[in-house]
Design a protein around this ligand. Structure first.
Ligand SMILES: NC(=O)c1ccc[n+]([C@@H]2O[C@H](COP(=O)([O-])OP(=O)(O)OC[C@H]3O[C@@H](n4cnc5c(N)ncnc54)[C@H](O)[C@@H]3O)[C@@H](O)[C@H]2O)c1
Length: 328
């Protein structure tokens, strides 16, 4: 399968490595608007510089491709994904699906109208910690999940689009955690309530801290406390999770180690689950098998809209001060 990758700096590096290592996927071309980044990546990865174009329409006119990988900042996702789908090419896009719910809906409508796959790269589902946590939650001795507490505190200085966007934590980061909630609980939220704020020392324009309560179907409650401008101890990018189950607790902490504990007993470290492929290589193979072999993938845009709906329902709650019914 031959792909065009749009955006080859930043997170584009992870996709460059995944494609260059893949036995099944190769490059038809690239799109990059920044000449310095294009030159740097030609040097670093030995890319063919004559196949790097300034826009997706230019690339589509010049090379034959079977699919597009969209690794642009969120505000460009709609334009790039819709251009690819209109050209008849399936898309594998970085999260978030789009930077607004309307833009996301437009992508889903285009995917439905064309009948083409648009898949979202929720790579955090396919990491050792979350895979091990998912396995631990399925152990029959734990019993049903009652509630979940999630904490995420880091202080990354990215520069670029995140410093300028509204609600950078919720739109660009918490989408991973909301998608993980759906992955672990295997259900969707009923309503959400939250407050957001920007600490006085924050280097982001938009609110970088938040506290939420999410009610999932079957009265499963998730409390979520997070900040992207924490000045102290940092957690894993997956955050730290505590599941209160009928017969014990399941916890992920200490850089994605998973522990179970029953009443009156010592906690037990769960043997890490190590799938053959993780993260971007896993997603790329799933995308390839979907496009070439017709196997249904998991994180389609139609499914991912339910994760993204949490983002925009939460923002609605910030802005109205109300509990917001799920729009998914
Ligand atoms: N899944 C993850 O763990 C993860 C981690 C980081 C970023 N991301 C996502 O990846 C996407 C890109 O983020 P990033 O951190 O790489 O951003 P970035 O700004 O560091 O890099 C984006 C790259 O795309 C290029 N670009 C920008 N607009 C373009 C356009 N219209 N056409 C072609 N190229 C364009 C830029 O020049 C740059 O090389 C975002 O959606 C972000 O949320 C995902």
């Amino acid at each position: 399968m031959k792909v065009i990758q749009v955006g080859i700096g930043g997170m584009g590096n992870a996709w460059l490595r995944a494609v260059l290592d893949s036995p099944n996927v190769e490059y038809a071309g690239f799109v990059e608007i920044n000449d310095a980044i294009a030159a740097e990546q030609v040097e670093r990865y030995g890319l063919d510089g004559s196949k790097i174009f300034k826009s997706l329409p230019d690339a589509l006119a010049a090379v034959q491709a079977d699919a597009v990988i969209n690794v642009t900042p969120p505000q460009f996702h709609k334009e790039v994904s819709i251009t690819a789908l209109e050209a008849g090419l399936p898309v594998l896009s970085e999260k978030p699906l789009a930077d607004s719910f309307d833009a996301a809906l437009a992508i889903v409508e285009k995917a439905n109208a064309t009948g083409l796959l648009h898949m979202v790269g929720q790579n955090r589902r396919y990491m050792v910690g979350p895979q091990t946590l998912k396995h631990a939650l399925s152990l029959p001795q734990m019993g049903a999940i009652g509630s979940v507490a999630v904490e995420f505190f880091r202080g990354p200085h990215f520069g670029g689009f995140r410093d300028e966007m509204p609600y950078p934590l919720i739109i660009d980061m918490s989408i991973h955690h909301f998608d993980l909630m759906r992955f672990f609980l295997e259900r969707d939220p009923v309503n959400v309530f939250g407050r957001s704020w920007n600490p006085p020392w924050s280097w982001y324009k938009g609110d970088a801290s938040a506290s939420l309560t999410l009610e999932f179907a079957g009265r499963q409650f998730v409390s979520y406390a997070a900040s992207w401008c924490s000045q102290g101890r940092e957690m894993s990018w997956n955050g730290e999770w505590r599941f209160e189950c009928a017969n014990g607790t399941v916890v992920m902490r200490d850089d994605d180690q998973v522990y179970t504990q029953m009443p009156g007993q010592e906690e037990v470290l769960v043997e890490p689950v190590q799938p053959a492929r993780l993260g971007q290589p896993y997603l790329l193979q799933e995308f390839y098998e979907a496009v070439v072999e017709g196997k249904p993938p998991v994180t389609t845009c139609q499914d991912n809209l339910k994760s993204l709906a949490i983002v925009f329902d939460v923002i609605k709650s910030f802005e109205t001060g109300q509990v917001v019914k799920s729009s998914a």
